[in-house]
Design a protein. Sequence first.
Length: 391
Amino acid sequence: MVNYYFNKDLDLRSKQSNDAKLIVNYILLKIRSFTVAEVGIHADNLRSFLEPHFDTVLDEIDRIILSMKANTKSTEDCLKYAKKVSALLRKLIKNDAESKAIKKQLEKLLKAKSGDLSKDFAGEIQGELEAKAPNHSSSLVQSSRTVENKAKAFDSEMLSKGNATANQLRRYFCNLLQAKELQRSRESNCGHKINAKNLAKAPFNCKLFLKNTEKIKANTAVHLLLDCSLSMRNDIELASLSCYSIAKALHGLNNISVGVTAFPVFVPESSDNYVVNVSQILKHDERMHNNFNIKVCGSTPMGAALWSVLQTFYQRCENRKIIFIITDGEPDEIDNVKLALKAAEKLNIEVYGIGIKDTHIKDILPQNSKIIHKLTDLTPTIKTLLRNTLI
């Protein structure tokens, strides 16, 4: 790679030999020549170009680079030699033997920002990849992997709050389910059971029989997707308690299955920025627990987390499938989220959102989302969102 990008002739026609910023290019070319000797030719050509103005500077820098080649074994060593070069430039600026013009150029070099200097190795590669990439590929799409749940249990105070809210929700769900599952009778023209109340109306009413209506039973899977990004640091208690309360209220109800996934999850040994770690806080059909006290970390990779849930959730046998997103912020990749939502719609999976003191969820799910500001808002919010959904 070094040979491909840097073993080529330098175009110095538009450059000035008294431009001290070119000294950085010289240093980088000399260091790259450690790996590819041919690059040293271009470093020598650049030195010849700069020598009329910076011969003393270049001689001192060459001594530092020679020592660096023999003694550098770590990043810490590299930083030490970079500081030596910086100290050298400051020393030369104070040297009365140097001309004012050279001192001015060296001062500009020390005050230069990253945008004023040439691209580094990674910048060269990035620029070429961006130039050749399709117009629609402005960002990399993140993937995900499931890691172990390391969330801690709630303390007694948080658990008490969560259970109180869960009990309120559970009473509502039970009443709703009971009303839906109650087997009612209706009047009919035929049947096996006579409605005695209508016998007196026999000449005028032919509906003398009672017929049982078909019993409707719940058969629903609910999955909660909990945002644990750094923006949640002030509201993670409200978010995790809301998630726990909903899961606790639904868990154990007949023909309703509930699961919970948190994103992103910090893993010390993970360094891949394009792999999102998600954790299954509560698996479907798992025994209920209160290990929902999770730490915040990272950004808001909602798209990757949603895709992760969809991959397994769509295979469940329940007739109705519902995903709840509990979040307080804007997703990293809004286009990826929209693609996931379209996929969910095709799979007949309903997606709802609960915003934690933030309205960004309305941009994603304008019709199917509500905002809460405190835990007591959760029960009326859920009642509104789920009134016609669970059954």
